[in-house]
Design a protein around this ligand. Structure first.
Ligand code: ADP
Length: 424
């Protein structure tokens, strides 16, 4: 089976194309600045030798439909293409940021799923409209393919109510769906599975803390293969210090700023989501830039790094308590896979908790899954490269391959929880 994975934003389409027998990436790319003056397309074809044949082009792509049609042309291109016919694309996996409280499992997309997805827009106004547009366009362009929705929130559906609820009046949850949902689920799920395999165990045999540190960042407590808590909340703003997001903060700061500076809700939203985090603290959201600044003795960069690592460390402690024991800490994504300094600071001084980093291993360059804890460390520390697109393709294959498609409405912990409590 060949699966096309699509990740649609308001002005971009990222795509990856896999042959699933060997889970092999055949092609991929991105269409950017859709609807803007000059759009850009970058396409890669992976040759049998493993080399990458790259095409970059600029031009006007007025809307997502034209963008996807260009993707089809490139996938069928005599030189850069990998299929002869569009019909070879049997399934399309869509990355959906927010599934709300009903769309909690990977599922085949039909009109009802799209209807339900539209209900989630208030929960993810920046992300889900782009996802819906992507699905609707792709269903028209790939009308013979099976379309599958894979949700960033789905892996977190096993978080128990006492962990996902906020201590707000009950109606805020019941009527307005205010609760923790969690994000980066495909990445946490993928690296948790890979980490268990690396440890030579089954997922249900290990307790893991997975730490995804990209531009956004989140951690998950994964107990016996199931997520039991995560740092992001109703939106991706909660939890860790991130590139441009503040993470955990006293909510009353917003009332204070509103009153004192007269900031309105939109301005506060931009402040906390786009102008805070590392960028707000030291002027850059790029960890590599931050490290350069720090090396020149920049106080703000040093403090930002300390705050970034301290927040991770605090959650490691918290999640060890939540799970009552820990087998491994798993670092992933741009910072987690590449930044020895962050890994080292985040795990520093935790030998008393059985966490002992091997500094040499941590600093040694490496690409694949690798252990960076000492041989004696009871808790292993490992680096596992994430691959969210491959996970979406795997999920798509699983659901398409299942004898009967799992269709909406799905059974979910949350739905059961709300049903139970309805009558309580
Ligand atoms: P996104 O969330 O956009 O997918 P990535 O997972 O690509 O983000 O991570 C981007 C972050 O990873 C940036 O802050 C970047 O500076 C950081 N990063 C990438 N390579 C390195 C490196 N070698 N050392 C430190 N940080 C790195």
């Amino acid at each position: 089976m060949k699966v096309l994975v699509i990740n649609t934003g308001s002005s971009s389409i990222k795509y990856e194309f896999f042959a699933m027998e060997a889970e092999q990436r055949l092609a991929g790319g991105i269409v950017e600045k859709i609807g803007e003056g000059t759009s850009a397309v970058t396409h890669e074809k992976i040759l049998e030798s493993g080399e990458v044949l790259k095409l970059e082009e600029q031009g006007l792509i007025p809307d997502h439909e034209h963008g996807l049609k260009r993707v089809v042309e490139l996938l069928r291109h005599p030189e850069y293409g990998v299929v002869e016919n569009k019909s070879e694309i049997q399934a399309v996996g869509h990355r959906i940021v927010h599934g709300g409280d009903k769309l909690t499992e990977t599922m085949v997309i039909d009109d009802k799923v799209i209807e339900e997805l539209k209900e989630t827009v208030p929960l993810a106004p920046l992300h889900n409209p782009g996802c819906i547009l992507g699905i609707e366009t792709a269903r028209a362009v790939f009308s013979n393919a099976v379309h599958v929705a894979v949700f960033d929130t789905a892996f977190h559906r096993t978080i128990p109510p006492y962990a996902f609820m906020y201590a707000l009046p009950w109606d805020m949850y019941k009527k307005h769906k205010v609760r923790k949902y969690g994000f980066h689920g495909t990445s946490h799920a993928y690296v948790a599975e890979q980490a268990a395999r690396y440890l030579g165990k089954k997922p249900e045999e290990v307790n893991l803390i997975t730490i995804h540190l990209g531009n956004g960042g989140s951690m998950a407590a994964v107990q016996g293969g199931k997520c039991v808590d995560t740092t992001m909340g109703m939106t991706p703003l909660a939890g860790l210090v991130m590139g441009t997001r503040c993470g955990d903060i006293d909510p009353a700061v917003m009332f204070y700023l509103g009153k004192r500076l007269g900031m309105n809700l939109r301005e506060l939203d931009i402040l906390l989501n786009k102008e805070s985090g590392l960028k707000g603290l030291c002027g850059t959201n790029d960890m590599r830039e931050l490290l350069k600044k720090k090396r020149t003795g920049d106080f703000h960069a040093s403090l930002a790094l300390e705050m970034y690592a301290y927040r991770i460390k605090k959650y490691i402690g918290a999640y060890m308590a939540v799970m009552g024991g820990l087998d491994a800490i798993v670092f992933t994504a741009g910072v987690g896979e590449n930044c020895a300094e962050v890994r080292s600071l985040s795990c520093q001084g935790m030998e008393g908790l059985g966490i002992s980093m091997d500094d040499e291993k941590n600093r040694a360059p490496g690409r694949g899954a690798r252990r960076i804890s000492t041989d004696e460390s009871p808790v292993k520390i490992i680096v596992v490269p994430t691959n969210e697109e491959l996970r979406i393709a795997q999920e798509t294959r699983r659901v398409v391959g299942a004898a009967s498609f799992r269709r909406y409405p799905s059974s979910s912990k949350c739905a059961e929880f709300s049903a139970d409590t309805e009558t309580a």
